[in-house]
Design a protein around this ligand. Structure first.
Ligand code: PEP
Ligand code: MN
Length: 333
């Protein structure tokens, strides 16, 4: 249930109402917008008399929220959420470009790619140190050493780093990571999500391989309900019967999620297609569809990449794409 207050209500009356609602055993989510304050009620609202609350002189309207997700529901928070990572902002009109290799392979590789993507205008550096691989015999990342190399690349370029956490036990290693990525395969690792809710750190939550938008939002809810509101959603393609691409990019997810939630939504055209040539058109389409950003795999030697070379752009290809993305942004902004 949400309670929308009238514009300019006295602070003490607002606090009185909030205290009373908390006294009914409810948790409150307050959204102080420019034009209205929305009080979201979380918990068992069956004892709340809607007519009574509606009749209060400071209340504009009361609505039931039927969706199971509350903290990430746009009804609770009508204005776009802007997630800040140092000077970088995502959401609410701020567009972010995250680029880098699938996995961190060596200092030379990550620093070279970081420099190249920074020169092309990227805002953050991606690179996997802990890699989920379908085959147990494939390269699974440099782990702690990979994180150390990302720190070096950050120091060299100033780019904040985005990297995937797979296991709660590795969390202490991620203390100075700027954004923790939760990959498609862990989208419903609920214990991990709960733990992320206790952090003061942005989380990039990728959609699972075969998960609905509601399931994605319920996973965001796990993080937010535990106190961490800084969640960025990522559409990265889903499994369908389409046969020539790695996944199917669900572009309608972008405007749909924007209706359902105030969280920023970015798109990963690399994992969505699995084919480097398809990455630029899908990145441009995602930008035109209103995405709040892109995460793109870039490698300086894709043929010899230890992971996902076939979908990685060369730095010069990324640079040309970034230029076109800026043009599209200019048209739709
Ligand atoms: C990745 O970003 O390298 C990755 C493994 O992505 P996903 O979890 O979307 O498959
Ligand atoms: Mn990858």
């Amino acid at each position: 249930m949400i309670v929308v207050l009238k514009h300019g209500v006295p602070e003490e009356k607002k606090i009185q109402l909030m205290n009373w609602l908390e006294g009914q055993g409810l948790r409150l989510h307050i959204s102080n917008g420019e034009f209205q304050t929305v009080i979201g009620l979380i918990g068992d609202v069956s004892g709340i008399d809607i007519d009574l609350v509606s009749s209060l002189d400071i209340v504009d309207s009361v609505k039931r929220v039927t969706e199971p997700f509350k903290c990430c529901n746009r009804k609770f928070h009508p204005e776009d959420m802007i997630v800040e990572i140092g000077d970088v902002k995502v959401g609410g009109g701020h567009f972010v470009v995250i680029a880098g290799p699938c996995s961190v392979e060596s200092e030379e590789q990550i620093v070279a790619v970081a420099r190249a993507v920074k020169a092309a205008g990227a805002d953050m550096l991606r690179g996997g140190a802990f890699k989920p691989r379908t085959s147990p015999y494939d390269f699974a990342g440099l782990k702690a050493e990979g994180l150390e190399l990302l720190r070096i690349a950050r120091k060299e370029t100033g780019l904040p780093i985005v990297t995937e956490l797979m296991n709660i036990n590795d969390l202490p290693l991620f203390e100075d990571v700027d954004v923790i990525q939760i990959g498609a395969r862990n989208m419903q690792n609920f214990d991990l999500l709960r733990e992320l809710g206790t952090l003061d750190k942005p989380i990039l939550l990728k959609r699972g391989l075969a998960n609905t938008l509601k399931e994605l939002l319920m996973s965001a809810e796990y993080i937010m309900a535990n106190g961490n509101e800084r969640v960025i959603l990522c559409e990265r393609g889903i499994r369908t019967f389409s046969d020539y691409t790695r996944n199917t990019l669900d572009l309608a997810a972008v405007p749909m999620l924007h209706q359902l939630t105030h969280l920023p939504v970015i798109v990963d055209p690399s994992h969505a297609t699995g084919i480097a040539k398809l990455v630029p058109p899908m990145a441009l389409a995602a930008t035109a569809a209103g995405a709040d950003g892109l995460i793109i795999e870039v490698h300086n030697d894709p043929i010899h990449a230890l992971c996902d070379g076939a979908q990685s752009l060369l730095p010069e290809e990324f640079s040309a794409l970034a230029e076109k993305v800026r043009s599209i942004r200019g048209v739709i902004a």
